[in-house]
Design a protein. Sequence first.
Lengths: 251, 251
Amino acid sequence: MHSLRFTAESSSNGVVERDFLMGEVPGVLWSPAAGADRAPLVLMGHGGGNHKKHPAMTGRARRFVTDGGFHVAVIDAPGHGDRPRTARDEQELAALSEAKAAGRPEGPDARRYSMYLAELAVPEWRAALDSLQELAEIGADGPVGYFGVNLGTAIGVPLVAAEPRITAAVFGLHWPDALAETAKRITVPIEFDLQWDDEDVPREAGLALFDAFASQEKTLHANAGKHHEMPRFETDSAVRFFARHLGRALT
Amino acid sequence: MHSLRFTAESSSNGVVERDFLMGEVPGVLWSPAAGADRAPLVLMGHGGGNHKKHPAMTGRARRFVTDGGFHVAVIDAPGHGDRPRTARDEQELAALSEAKAAGRPEGPDARRYSMYLAELAVPEWRAALDSLQELAEIGADGPVGYFGVNLGTAIGVPLVAAEPRITAAVFGLHWPDALAETAKRITVPIEFDLQWDDEDVPREAGLALFDAFASQEKTLHANAGKHHEMPRFETDSAVRFFARHLGRALT
């Protein structure tokens, strides 16, 4: 098992940002400047083509830390961010570009590539969780949540199904094809985000994936708008969801 | 036009409760004990068989007042609460009881009775809004929202479609049959609550009604559970929805 090796640290507006390496995998841990001790941890999976410090991640992480008082950790998915691309990555990205250029739906290619990445990423996330829980300010027995839409759901569904330490999760914006069977094994509380006018993931596909979760508490949030138009207030909602389930009073 | 006549006043835990009569229609107005001046107003429609001070109303109203700083007004629907029942009311209630006793779905009877009540209730609500806006602490130009599920949606959809003063609304738990055409004329922001395992309103019926709203900003919240199991955190969500749209900072 790799311990985390911190490589950089900065702080602004009440949020401490620490870059780390876990073996070859780069990640970032955001924490409250005050009150971080034994705060709950939210693992956050980034979207396809993004990376650990994409604005969608840094913006959400800041809200999670300042409004919820959580630690937030993101690692680069294989072939993403600061990680090298393999021949397979290049091949898959070329297929995605071709589909886009030809005006074909990206779905079939995106699903295949996501499933490939998930197989690699799930053990990385579980190892990262081991290492993060070695940190005194997180600890081995604290509550853990997972947030990830898009590719973050493709990786997150098998991760949460396999990982009993994760007790609440926010998913969304993905097809049921390869995930619904796995989702049937998930029983922790779920918030699921869907875009009502998604041009990539048909409405019925999103509803079918939401339906598959076995969770007794599950909530679907469907917003008018296209795939990339998920409203910012869903981040606020996710903070409140994690505060309810990870036992943190809101600041 | 009838002015409001206040008939009783009490106060507890920061909430002032005033019973009123508007002509023959009884209602209640809850307001913050401090900071009530020109606070936004939320009109709240109660469910079928309920009344203005059913616990589902008083509990929600208290959260709206203390967490959102809003005024909240509820009036009894025709034939409900402190209002006399007509022969038609008795007939409709008997039909509903019969359906229930026979194990038949209540839907057809509930829809017919709701539509009848909505025709009477919409002009009452508009008159109540006139009267409420005469109060100095509300005023004629302040923001107004509407919250109502169940019968509150059967009345609220035609009310919001007809009433330009209402600029944000929470609806849910109703069939599209008599409402979808009217919903197509509504363009204000909407939050719509649906129960994923509703034994009265089929899932597809709820989704169809949500789909009908013409609003550019609309959000569906679908929760696992039966018709009467809408989770309490949806009240918290409604407070935040109205805070966004009625321009009130959260307390």
